[in-house]
Design a protein around this ligand. Structure first.
Ligand code: UGA
Length: 423
């Protein structure tokens, strides 16, 4: 198939290389020319496992990035992968996706033949049908019968996105009509997995409900973990057994310093905003966020219990990315932790294998180090904030500290004398 992917961010770029891997020709439309040039030079703009290899394999053959929409008319199907960030009230800001729809519509004006537009971006239920379809139709002058619309949410975890794209648990396709759904299904031909066909609004809701449920598992685990900590019980011993019940499942029960990233906080906030607009109660959803907002302060509290007043103390912070295997720091739990450490007068020495460049744009006035050992040297205490596997190999490096207070916000270390936020 000839596919357009709109948006060269994390979802768009991963989808583009994976559609190329499935045998399609892909035009990636990214309006940022610097990004376009980098993609066409097979330089990944983010740290994502396997991305560079696939770029090197397909750039110049099955994959081409462009900074204008004219190529959309040459393709059969467009996947919209632009951001829908949170606006002030929690609802998603649809400016970018609305503008992309107008641009696609304009580029299809005069084109003969059917084109299917697929929304991969996360948007509230009803958005595609009620807001995006009219925008495309209004700018394309085409008949509705010449257009197909679909919603195909992504379930990609950063760091594992290529694996998640090529081996997902399911593919959800909501469509305006059967032909549109068939066109999306054809794009995934070759993957042997369950495909769920449904309405567009249902597909949109499945994405929000999935992310909110995963976030709920984490906040639940954290609350149980906080209780365990008080009782001197290891939350991991408890939750490992809880997860053995097939009705619960073993995943996303890792208690710690809370969830970050570009998705869970934004999507739970959007669901709250949506529910409130409908006059529905949001006590569960609010609790997910409340626990998550408190969790970074639990680690500071524990640190202060062990190290005393933080004024003038050197605190090593290991891990800045919101999770391992990514350089993404969006809503990373390290941000509120470092800000609070600074507010209390601590001197922060921070290290992350990938995310320092991004964190420098958000936080200054701390000591960014080139290695964990450098951050640990003469530190009065250490906080582990991201589960990078390399932290699990640290050993003698902790001897460099001036006092050995090691607190984990994520369970990753092997040393015996570390203490966890929930264990
Ligand atoms: C999440 C979902 O997992 C994807 O399915 C979804 O497609 C994506 O959002 C999205 O909507 O685009 P992602 O944010 O990349 O993916 O990362 P996760 O692996 O889900 O981790 C999110 C946060 O939860 C991280 O900060 C992680 O450390 C934390 N987490 C995860 C825990 O604290 N405990 C756990 O047990 C699991």
């Amino acid at each position: 198939m000839m596919i357009s992917v709109i948006g060269g961010g994390y979802v768009g770029l991963v989808s583009s290389v994976c559609f190329a891997e499935l045998g399609h020709s892909v035009n990636l439309v990214e309006i940022d020319e610097e990004k376009t040039e980098a993609i066409n030079a097979a330089i990944p703009c983010m740290h994502e496992k396997g991305l560079e290899e696939l770029l090197l394999k397909y750039v110049g053959t099955r994959l081409k990035a462009r900074s204008d929409y004219s190529c959309v008319a040459e393709t059969d199907i467009s996947f919209l992968c632009v951001g829908t960030p949170s606006s002030g009230d929690g609802s998603p800001d649809l400016t970018m996706i609305e503008s992309a729809c107008r641009m696609i519509g304009t580029s299809l004006d005069g084109r003969v033949g059917r084109h299917t537009i697929v929304v991969k971006s996360t948007v509230p239920p009803g958005t595609t049908e009620n807001r995006l379809v009219p925008l495309v139709m209004g700018s394309s002058n085409k008949m509705l019968s010449e257009m197909g619309f679909a919603v195909n949410p992504e379930f990609l975890r950063e760091g594992l996105a290529i694996q998640d794209f090529l081996m997902p648990d399911r593919i959800v396709i909501g469509s305006s009509d059967k032909a549109a759904g068939d066109a999306v299904e054809a794009a995934y031909r070759g993957l042997d997995l369950p495909i769920i066909r449904t309405t567009m609004a249902t597909a949109e809701m499945i994405k929000y409900a999935s992310n909110a449920f995963l976030a709920a598992k984490i906040s639940f685990s954290n609350e149980i973990g906080n209780i365990c900590k008080r009782l001197g019980i290891d939350a991991y011993d408890v939750l490992r057994c809880v997860g053995m019940d097939h009705r619960i499942g073993p995943h996303f029960l890792n208690a710690g310093v809370g969830f970050g990233g570009s998705c869970f906080p934004k999507d739970v906030a959007a669901l709250i905003s949506l529910a409130e607009g409908l006059g529905e109660s949001t006590s569960m959803l609010r609790a997910i966020m409340d626990v998550n907002e408190r969790q970074p302060f639990k680690i500071i509290e524990l640190l202060e219990q062990r190290a005393g007043d933080l004024m003038g103390k050197r605190i090593a912070v290991l891990g800045l990315a919101f999770k391992n295997d990514t350089d993404d720091i969006r809503d990373s739990r390290s941000i509120p932790v470092i800000r609070e450490l600074k507010r209390r007068g601590a001197l922060v020495a921070a290290y992350d294998p990938q995310a320092i460049r991004n964190m420098r744009k958000v936080i200054n006035g701390i000591d960014y180090c080139n290695s964990a050992a450098e951050a640990l040297r003469m530190a009065d205490a250490c906080l582990v904030m991201t589960e990078w596997p390399e932290f699990g190999e640290l050993d003698d490096e902790f001897d460099l500290m001036s006092s050995r207070i090691i607190i984990e916000g994520r369970r990753v270390l092997c040393c015996d004398d570390s203490e966890g936020i929930c264990w």
